[in-house]
Design a protein around this ligand. Structure first.
Ligand code: TXA
Ligand code: MG
Length: 340
């Protein structure tokens, strides 16, 4: 079929039909980079076996080389090509939560070049719950190394428009597959030690993991100190809009008082101030649950940039369910955390 190719600068815009996915798979097989939708956020994929292509991912994102990538598979059998010494727990978790927003950290197979895991002996693996992503992996015939498809440090993309805002011209193609259902990234769970540890809270809740595993699951580095992080990604400021975000924690009345004081201080100096929780309430018609907030959070961060907001004031929310992932992203975006 002779179809014209639409590009923004050098980046091909592809649909999510089978022919376009074949075209995308060909780009992957020839060492290129393709952004694709998943249920969490858009990923920037390259063949996980192709060192040169994986280099290009780090370059395109401006990502530090010490922050490892997640390997995406489409069938359970592929797990055995990318990881070794896979125990019962991994298979059980895979059976329960895949395809889905859970990345499992396992021992890395030598098939996966060390650049993918930033030199670590482990590899994070997940099977995304998105038909386009799964078809792309199958057609490519290789697992895909894929971080989120944003410039390092900026909010993860939950639509192809966000991908293009950050990466048009620096990647070969983007598959335009609509908005992401979950909106925050996968939960990264390390099961290589004695006890399972959540290295990054995400789309699968801690409660669901605990009830399935029948044991407590720790969340690493909850305070986000700069001590040696177990997940290299932990030490970087992430997900940040250009505006400075100040997070206010503590008891509700004191929080509200502090927010008022801070906002009037900056307002008087001529800064544009926005209130994250109010925006969430207005967008989501009040009483939003954490699932809805997760879906909108990164989009709201990008909208703040569009309106050239200088300061975003955020109040902590409940960390039950997906609230833990939401609070993790807000904390990481914050330039200051104030306990009222
Ligand atoms: O939902 C997601 O996970 C998305 C989609 C595209 O699948 N991907 C994503 O990738 O968010 P990225 O690169 O933005 O985040 C990967 C996280 C980082 O925090 C990284 O440090 C951690 O996973 N990670 C990857 N491999 C690891 C490993 N071997 N050990 C510990 N942490 C690892
Ligand atoms: Mg990322």
């Amino acid at each position: 079929m002779n179809r014209s190719i639409v590009r923004i600068k050098k980046t091909q815009l592809l649909g999510d039909d089978s022919l376009s996915i074949l075209r995308a798979a060909k780009i992957i097989r020839t060492g290129g980079l393709v952004a694709f939708p998943t249920e969490t956020v858009y990923g920037l994929g390259a063949s996980a076996y192709d060192t040169a292509a994986v280099h290009k991912i780090f370059a395109a994102k401006g990502r530090p080389y010490d922050n490892p990538l997640i390997v995406h598979i489409a069938e359970l059998i592929q797990l055995e090509s990318v990881a070794v010494n896979i125990g019962d727990t991994a298979y059980k978790l895979a059976q329960q939560f895949w395809p889905g927003p859970l990345s499992i950290v396992l021992e890395r197979s030598d098939n996966v070049p060390s650049i993918v895991s930033a030199g670590l002996k482990t590899v994070a693996v997940r099977m995304p719950a998105h038909s386009t992503a799964l078809e792309l992996i199958k057609r490519s015939g290789v697992p895909l190394a894929a971080p989120s498809a944003n410039r390092a440090g900026s909010p993860s993309p939950t639509s192809s428009k966000h991908v293009l805002e950050d990466l048009a011209d620096t990647i070969d193609a983007v598959i335009m597959g609509g908005t992401c259902r979950i909106g925050v990234e996968s939960t990264v769970l390390d099961i290589t030690g004695n006890k399972p540890v959540i290295l990054r809270p995400g789309g699968v809740s801690r409660e669901d993991l605990e009830s399935f595993l029948g044991q407590k699951v720790l969340v690493a580095n909850k305070t986000y100190s700069t001590d040696i992080p177990s997940s290299p990604g932990m030490k970087y400021r992430h997900y940040s809009p250009h505006a400075s975000l100040i997070l206010v924690t503590g008891q509700k009345e004191r929080r509200s008082k502090a927010i008022k004081a801070i906002s009037s201080h900056y307002h008087q100096q001529g800064f544009k101030v926005a209130f994250l929780n109010q925006i969430i309430d207005e967008y989501l018609h009040c009483q939003a649950d954490a699932i809805q907030v997760a879906r909108m959070l990164f989009r709201i961060f990008r909208i703040m940039d569009y309106y050239q907001i200088d300061l975003i004031l955020a109040e902590e929310i409940n960390t039950a369910g997906l609230g833990l992932a939401v609070m993790n992203r807000i904390r990481k975006a914050a330039v200051r955390i104030i306990r009222a």
